[in-house]
Design a protein around this ligand. Structure first.
Ligand SMILES: [Zn+2]
Length: 291
C-alpha cells in the first residue's frame, strides 16, 4: 500500500507509527448507543472496526507535506522512551517503525523545516523530542515547531497547576520551548500560499487543521477533529477526550458542510490506512469514501 500521494503539485507522505485495534467504540464515543452502533456495523466492519476484538481500528501517524519551499511534518505521534503510566500500550515504546517509515520517504530529520502539532495530546507531540544522554532534545534539529498560542498556553498552565499529570507536555512540548524552537501562532496562521491553518476547536481548546494546496486541488489534514467515519455519519457524536463536546460537533458539521461533494481530500489522523477520503451527504450527515 502506498503511503505517498499528491495534491496538485504537493507531495504528501504518511509516516505511520502504529496501526491496530485500540479502543472499544462505546467507551470511546460515550453517547453512542449499542443500537446505533449495531445499525452501522455492516459498513464499519472490517475496515474501521476490528471484527475479532470489536475495537476501533486506529492508525497513529504523521503527515509530511512537501512544497516547493518546505517540508512540513504534521503531528508527531507517541514517540520512543516516554514514560506513559496511564497509557500502557504507549509506555516506554522502543519501536523503530516510525523512523524506518520516515526514512522510506527519502527525508531525514534534518530535512524537516516545520513541525506542526494540530493539538497537544499525547499521541500528537511524542516525536517532537528524542532522548539524548538523558535529556529531551528536538528530534528535528532544524525545524521550527508551530504551536497554536491558546493551545500552548492552556497546556503550559495545566502542567503548572497540576505538575506531572501531563508528562507529554514535560518531555515533548516544554523542551521545544526551552530550546527556543517554537513558533507560536494563531490557529488562522498562513504559512505560505499553499499551507494555512484553520481553527477546528472542540477536541481541544485551540485544535487546528491544516489546509494545503489551492482551490480545486486541496486537502485538509484534520488531526483529531474526527476519529472514525461514524462521526461523519453523525457529526455531533463526541469522542470521550473532547474538551468541548458540543463545540467539536459544531466544528465537524461546519467543515464537512463546506467540503462535502467537492474534490477536497480529507486526511484524517486516526482512520486506518489509507486514512484519506472524500465526503458526500448521507441523510443528515456525511458519508466518508476512502480514496
Ligand atoms: Zn489523537
Amino acid at each position: 500500500m502506498s503511503t505517498t500521494f499528491t495534491v496538485g503539485d504537493l507531495t504528501i507522505h504518511r509516516v505511520v507509527e502504529s496501526e491496530a485495534p485500540l479502543f472499544d467504540p462505546l467507551t470511546f464515543f460515550p453517547t453512542l448507543t449499542r443500537e446505533r452502533l449495531d445499525e452501522n456495523l455492516s459498513w464499519l466492519r472490517p475496515t474501521f472496526i476490528d471484527p475479532v476484538s470489536g475495537q476501533l481500528m486506529l492508525c497513529i501517524q504523521s503527515y509530511v507535506v512537501r512544497t516547493k519551499h518546505h517540508n512540513i511534518l504534521i503531528d508527531s505521534c507517541v514517540g520512543n522512551h516516554k514514560e506513559r503510566a496511564n497509557y500502557p500500550f504507549w509506555n516506554q515504546m522502543e519501536s523503530d517503525r516510525y523512523e524506518r517509515n520516515l526514512a522510506a520517504t527519502g527525508l531525514t530529520v534534518d530535512d524537516i523545516d516545520y513541525v506542526m502539532c494540530t493539538h497537544m495530546h499525547v499521541d500528537h507531540v511524542g516525536w517532537n523530542t528524542r532522548l539524548d544522554n538523558g535529556r529531551w532534545v528536538p528530534t528535528f534539529p532544524k525545524a521550527k515547531y508551530v504551536f497554536a498560542d491558546r493551545e500552548l498556553a492552556f497546556w503550559t498552565e495545566k502542567e503548572r497547576n497540576d505538575p506531572g499529570k501531563q508528562p507529554w507536555i514535560v518531555d515533548s512540548v516544554l523542551p521545544i520551548v526551552a530550546a527556543g524552537r517554537q513558533e507560536v501562532v494563531t490557529s488562522h496562521h498562513e504559512l505560505s500560499d499553499v499551507v494555512r491553518l484553520i481553527p477546528t476547536p472542540g477536541h481541544t481548546i485551540d485544535h487546528f487543521s491544516v489546509q494545503i494546496g489551492k482551490p480545486g486541488a486541496d486537502a485538509i489534514i484534520a488531526g483529531d477533529m474526527i476519529h472514525s467515519p461514524i462521526q461523519a455519519r453523525y457529526p455531533e457524536l463526541a469522542m470521550r477526550a473532547d474538551y468541548d463536546r458540543q463545540q467539536s460537533g459544531v466544528t465537524r458539521r461546519a467543515l464537512f458542510d463546506r467540503i462535502c461533494d467537492t474534490s477536497t481530500l480529507l486526511c484524517t489522523g486516526h482512520f486506518p490506512s489509507p486514512s484519506t477520503g472524500r465526503l458526500t451527504r448521507w441523510e443528515d450527515g456525511f458519508r466518508f469514501h476512502t480514496v
